[in-house]
Design a protein around this ligand. Structure first.
Ligand code: GAR
Length: 205
C-alpha cells in the first residue's frame, strides 16, 4: 500500500478538506487523496471534492445501514478497496465505532477546535467561550477509542477576545486549522513519527 494515499471524511462545510486539496494541487502537501467520504448528502464537502477532481467521492447514507457498526464497516471496506493508508477526519461529526478504530489504529487523524485535552466533544468552541479561557486553538491528533483523546500531533493557539462570539472565535481557530492540518499531513508522510506512551515523537528527518 502506498503510504501517501489518503481518504478524507467530512460532514460539513469542508473548508479543511478544501485547504488540503489546494495544498496538494500546489505541490505543498505530497499526498494522493484518493477518496472522499461524507455521511451527509448535502455536505459542501461533496462539491469541493468533485470540483477538485478527487477520483472517488462517495456519500454513504447512515439511513441505509442498521447502526453505526454496519455504517462504519461499509466505510472501512471503501477505504481498503481504494488502498487508503491515512484516514483524515475533516469536520467529520460521527463518533467512530471501536471496530473501525481498531481496524485502522494509528492511521486515523482528526482536527478538533480546542487545545485538547480541554473541551473535547461537539461543542468545543462554545464550551471554551463559556468557560472563559483567554486562549484557545486547535489540535491535530490520532484517533483512538476515547472521544478526542488520541495522541497529539500538532496544536496551534489563538487569543480569545472579550467580545468574541462562537462564530468569531471559530473563524480565528479555523485560520490556524487551515495552516496546521495540511502541514501536519505533509510532515506525517515525509518525516514520520512514533508514539511513546501518549507522546508523538517526530522522526526528525
Ligand atoms: C472544524 O473547525 C473542526 O475542527 C471541527 O469541525 C470544523 C469543520 O470545519 N471538528 C470537530 O468539531 C470535531 N469534533 P470544516 O467543515 O470547514 O472543515
Amino acid at each position: 500500500m502506498n503510504s501517501k494515499t489518503v481518504a478524507i471524511m467530512a460532514s460539513g462545510r469542508g473548508t479543511n478538506l478544501n485547504v488540503i486539496l489546494e495544498a496538494v494541487k500546489a505541490g505543498l502537501c505530497p499526498v494522493d487523496v484518493r477518496l472522499v467520504i461524507t455521511d451527509k448528502g448535502d455536505a459542501q464537502a461533496l462539491d469541493i471534492a468533485r470540483a477538485a477532481g478527487v477520483p472517488n467521492v462517495i456519500h454513504v447514507n447512515p439511513k441505509d445501514y442498521k447502526g453505526r457498526e454496519q455504517f462504519d464497516a461499509q466505510c472501512a471496506d471503501l477505504l481498503d478497496r481504494h488502498g487508503c493508508q491515512w484516514i483524515v477526519l475533516a469536520g467529520y461529526m460521527r463518533i467512530l465505532s471501536s471496530a473501525f478504530v481498531r481496524r485502522f489504529r494509528g492511521r486515523i487523524i482528526n482536527i478538533h477546535p480546542s487545545i485538547l485535552p480541554a473541551f473535547a466533544g461537539a461543542r468545543a468552541v462554545e464550551d471554551a467561550l463559556e468557560y472563559g479561557v483567554k486562549a484557545s486553538g486547535c489540535t491535530v491528533h490520532l484517533v483512538d477509542e476515547v472521544l478526542d483523546g488520541g495522541a497529539i500531533l500538532a496544536q496551534a493557539i489563538v487569543p480569545v477576545f472579550d467580545d468574541d462570539t462562537r462564530d468569531s472565535l471559530h473563524a480565528r481557530i479555523q485560520i490556524e486549522e487551515h495552516k496546521i492540518y495540511p502541514a501536519t499531513l505533509k510532515r506525517m508522510v515525509e518525516e514520520g513519527f512514533s508514539v511513546e506512551g501518549r507522546r508523538v515523537i517526530w522522526a526528525g528527518k
